[in-house]
Design a protein around this ligand. Structure first.
Ligand code: ATP
Ligand code: MG
Length: 444
């Protein structure tokens, strides 16, 4: 993508009511637009990050055998009355509205009841199970507080998955497989080391649930970790009963501030009982479906990554979720000769088109290779090659190199590639690691 073709601008102006670091950075870098408190729009750069997080999640949900779908946002009152969750006293985050004929409708804040109602049309026999589905959906929640930027939205993207199993064994197996898949997601997006499977309260229907809590200063929860045993417990369920159950001693726990990035609920048969969700077993008898629900906040995860992977200059995205892997900066000056300027442009154009590639060898050092040069291609130590869609080229005219480099630091792509008169004098193209600040010059 060319910077000259991107409509968003980096800015120093942030809304005066925006107090959270993630939203401040994302607004300054042009990734999100604040529509109102707790409501954000995702601009091209922000959407790229969000889509990468979604794609990693999608791959892992597919790997446990779930089907992707999209449920409706508008919800019927009757769907939620069955479990008594239409009541605002019980669910205090509903956004509700009315049809022209005065019929009440709600905007989906979860889809547990809606999924069960829909699944009843597809599950009749044991042969129809297991059935596991997931979606990426914009959830609406009328949250009381919205001070954590995109980490707590009144409208936000969630990945929610639901499992329908034939018996306890199948159900438990899927639950455990999902825990593993969740760990893979968190580590692929760069927060694996700081995300803990946490014993937590189950809410309205189950006594306990498992949360995935990510260590983050701007978090809203506290968890207690037994580092040796790798057990984490949410503050809200820290009782003697739970400590006994998990075989953990209070004095071995360390209190840490975290943010809930994922939550999984093992409903067992409870929800199916309430909703009369049944199938016919091999013997021809009716039986309840084993049900589980598994969420990860996609936009919240993006916010956590922004909080953690940033410094005073701006964002520092991990490669797996960066909007672009390379931020190419060219500097053309009227003071330089036409020949130098032409050389800069030609080099940049060749990298952008893929004729020249930035290639990394298995020791991690970079080189520029020419795809038309056989000896370059035959070098088997090279295992990582740039592609056009990974390159964001700051090709703007009349913008100083200082401003361009400042933008590159703010936007936070992992590799900054600079071609200027100075870099050519130093021997070629400069490549700099946004995270470590280390740079090297690649011969051309
Ligand atoms: P919290 O306790 O933070 O309010 P929750 O327990 O109500 O969250 P769940 O119903 O478990 O949230 O939703 C599943 C996941 O969706 C959460 O683990 C979190 O990652 C994300 N999520 C929940 N609420 C929000 C929100 N308001 N904004 C962004 N993400 C959210
Ligand atoms: Mg939760």
């Amino acid at each position: 993508m060319l910077y000259s073709n991107l409509f968003t601008k980096t800015t120093k102006d942030i809304p005066s009511d925006e107090t959270s670091k993630n939203a401040q950075l994302l607004i300054r870098a042009g990734f999100v637009h604040k529509t109102m408190a707790g409501v954000y729009s995702y601009l091209p750069m922000g959407m790229k990050v969000l889509e990468k997080i979604k794609q990693i999640t999608r791959e892992e949900m597919n790997s446990v055998g779930a089907n992707e779908l999209i449920m409706s946002s508008l919800q019927k009152k009757e769907t939620w009355q069955i479990t008594n969750r239409w009541d605002d006293e019980i669910v205090d985050v509903w956004f509700k509205s009315k049809l022209k004929n005065d019929t009440e409708v709600g905007f989906g804040w979860s889809h547990e009841e809606a999924i069960i109602e829909m699944m009843k049309n597809h599950i009749a026999s044991y042969k129809d199970l297991p059935a596991n589905v997931y979606q990426f959906q914009t959830k609406m929640r009328n949250e009381l507080r919205a001070k954590s930027g995109i980490m707590r939205g009144r409208e936000f993207v969630m990945k929610d998955m639901y499992s329908c199993s034939v018996d306890k064994d199948q159900h438990e197996k899927f639950y455990q497989e999902t825990i593993k898949a969740y760990h893979r997601i968190f580590s692929r997006v760069g927060v694996g080391d700081i995300t803990y499977l946490t014993f937590a309260s189950g809410g309205a229907f189950t006594e306990f649930s498992h949360e995935f809590q990510t260590i983050c200063n701007a978090g809203e929860d506290y968890i207690y970790i037994d580092k040796a045993q790798k057990v984490a417990i949410n503050e809200e369920v820290l009782t003697d009963k739970v400590l006994n159950m998990l075989n953990v001693k209070r004095e071995n726990l360390e209190k840490i501030k975290t943010l809930e990035t994922g939550n999984i609920f093992n409903f067992g048969l409870v929800k199916s009982e309430q909703t009369n969700f049944k199938f016919t077993n091999k013997e021809g008898n009716e039986q309840l479906v084993w049900f589980g629900s598994y969420g990860i906040g996609m936009t919240r995860l993006m916010g956590v990554i922004a909080e953690i992977y940033s410094d005073e200059k701006g964002l520092k995205w991990p490669e797996s979720v960066a909007p672009f892997k390379y931020h190419l900066v060219t500097h053309i000056s009227e003071k330089d000769t036409t020949e130098i300027n032409q050389k800069i442009l030609n080099l940049a154009q060749s990298i952008y088109s893929g004729e020249l590639k930035l290639a990394r060898d298995n020791k991690g050092s970079w080189r520029v290779i020419d795809v038309n040069n056989l000896s370059d291609i035959a070098d088997f130590s090279l295992n990582d090659f740039s592609t056009s869609d990974q390159i964001f080229w700051d090709d703007r005219d009349g913008v100083s190199i200082g401003q361009k480099l400042g933008d590159a630091d703010l936007i936070g792509c992992p590799w900054q590639v600079v071609i200027s008169k100075r870099s050519l004098e130093n021997g070629g193209i400069e490549i700099k690691d946004r995270n470590t600040g280390e740079s090297s010059v690649l011969e051309v």
